[in-house]
Design a protein around this ligand. Structure first.
Ligand code: TXA
Ligand code: MG
Length: 445
């Protein structure tokens, strides 16, 4: 099904002005989150957000907006036509349920069938310790979907529960509040691509497919929210994300939370997977080779066998693999994403590594540098180019830069990306490794 292309507007929301709004800090615990108040002083940013809020209320094409995790592709969660617009723009299968974003607890309660006027709280007791500690923020909780429900059926894909999240991005909270409706929002990438952390990433994927991209706050977390189900016992983590397992376990009722997701490397699949078995998820165009932190590759990084394999692969790579590279150079290219262990060039035979012009996108919080150098074969002949990105040692910074780095290397037209994996800890590192294992064609474990 093809639709006529639409004109995509990137709307800049002023930054650095007064805070867009606030919760009621004078109130204790949960009551604090009852209402998000828009700040009258933030008028300039609010005026800039109004047309998007109006669009969300009245039109059926989704609006891309920043959250603290990744950019979301939002639509009025109460109207079928607008929710269908999300699936259409993303090319996403409609059996995958969407997360519902709320501005405050009052909005959440209205989705749970609360008519107001007191009585029992409709928010399940199990979630209160989590909400108190992690909302607003990168945590999605599963809630029972009432029957009848205010949510469009397309949001839940036929399930009896829905996922809800209160983002911490003031821009996101204010947009939801101005729209006056909860926003169903998946990540604003084309289906199978790495999630977007800048407005430019969204434009790269969805130009001509949506009408409005809000360019405002940056994505501080860089990976998606943690999804938990506390309606079962013991409670489970369905997707690792911005809030780690250890943090969840510190909350009453969540001491025994278990993981209910599987990573590639846990399938007894230590040997490199066959080419072609690539999971179409979080994937750049390039072939990703992931080195688990348990893999002893020597201090430099990439093992000689892989370096040789890369050289051979590049020799057979046709130029079409980098048609979208930023210059017309017909060199073959490989990318490296370094984290804690590897040194520059990571053991590839590489000459003259130098700071390369681009540094990622404007407003890209990840702010890593891209280095470029010549790739040589055993005989010392130049056979291509190496692009080397270091995300540093700090796990939060690694998470923030991960998707952006994968996209940046795609933009440079690399055919392969070697990645230095990190310990799969109980913190945000679990989310980083989960995404990398899904993106990888080969895993060295
Ligand atoms: O950080 C995030 O969560 C971002 C930003 C935009 O908020 N959103 C996001 O949405 O990552 P999406 O659609 O890409 O991922 C939603 C995840 C999926 O893994 C989906 O299966 C799960 O949440 N999910 C949503 N509702 C569910 C439900 N009722 N039952 C089980 N899983 C659900
Ligand atoms: Mg997604």
């Amino acid at each position: 099904m093809t639709r006529p292309a639409m004109e995509t507007r990137v709307v800049s929301i002023p930054r650095g002005g007064p805070s867009l709004g606030h919760f009621d800090d004078s109130k204790g615990s949960l009551d604090r989150l009852e209402l998000w108040h828009i700040e009258p002083e933030a008028n300039e940013a609010v005026v800039a957000l109004q047309p998007a809020a109006e669009h969300l209320r009245t039109k059926d094409t989704p609006v891309a907006f920043p959250t603290e995790t990744v950019y979301g592709l939002g639509a009025d969660a109460t109207r079928s036509a607008s929710v269908k617009g999300i699936y259409e723009a993303k090319g996403r299968p409609s059996d995958n349920p969407l997360i519902v974003h709320v501005s405050d607890l009052r909005m959440l309660r209205s989705l749970l069938g609360d008519k107001g006027g007191g009585g029992d709280d409709v928010i399940p007791a199990r979630y209160k310790s989590l909400i108190r500690k992690f909302w607003p923020g990168p945590l999605t909780i599963l809630l029972p979907n009432p029957d009848p429900s205010p949510l469009a059926p397309e949001v839940t894909a036929g399930l009896k529960s829905f996922g809800a999240r209160m983002p911490s991005s003031p821009l996101a909270l204010t947009l939801i509040k101005l729209a006056g409706v909860p926003l169903a929002a998946p990540s604003a990438n084309a289906s199978t691509k790495p999630s977007p952390t800048t407005a430019q990433h969204v434009k790269d994927d969805l130009d001509g497919r949506i009408e409005i991209i809000l360019d405002g706050a940056s994505c501080q977390v860089g990976v998606e929210s943690t999804v938990v189900d506390g309606l079962c016992d013991p409670p489970v983590v369905l997707r690792p994300g911005g809030i780690g397992m250890e943090d969840l376990r510190s909350c009453p009722g969540w001491e025994h939370v278990v993981r209910a997701y599987e990573d590639q490397s846990e399938e007894g699949n230590a040997a490199p997977r066959a080419p072609g078995m690539k999971y179409k998820h979080y994937s750049p165009r390039a072939r990703v080779v992931l080195y688990e932190s348990t893999y002893r590759a020597g201090k430099d990084g990439i093992v000689a066998a892989d370096a040789d394999a890369a050289a051979v692969a590049l020799a057979h790579t046709h130029n079409h693999t980098h048609t979208q590279s930023t210059n017309g150079n017909s060199h073959k290219r490989v990318g490296i994403i370094r984290t804690k262990r590897w040194r520059a060039a990571a053991g590839l035979r590489c000459n003259d590594l130098h700071l390369s012009a681009g540094r990622g996108d404007d407003h890209d919080e990840s702010s890593y540098e891209v280095y470029a150098g010549d790739l040589q074969n055993r005989e010392g002949n130049v056979i291509g180019e190496v692009f080397d990105i270091s995300l540093g040692q700090d796990i939060k910074r690694i998470a923030r830069g991960l998707f952006s780095a994968l996209r940046e290397l795609d933009r440079r037209g690399v055919a392969m990306i070697f990645v230095d994996g990190i310990d799969d800890d109980l913190d945000i590192a679990a989310a980083v490794m989960n995404r990398l294992r899904k993106a990888a064609s080969d895993i060295r474990a």
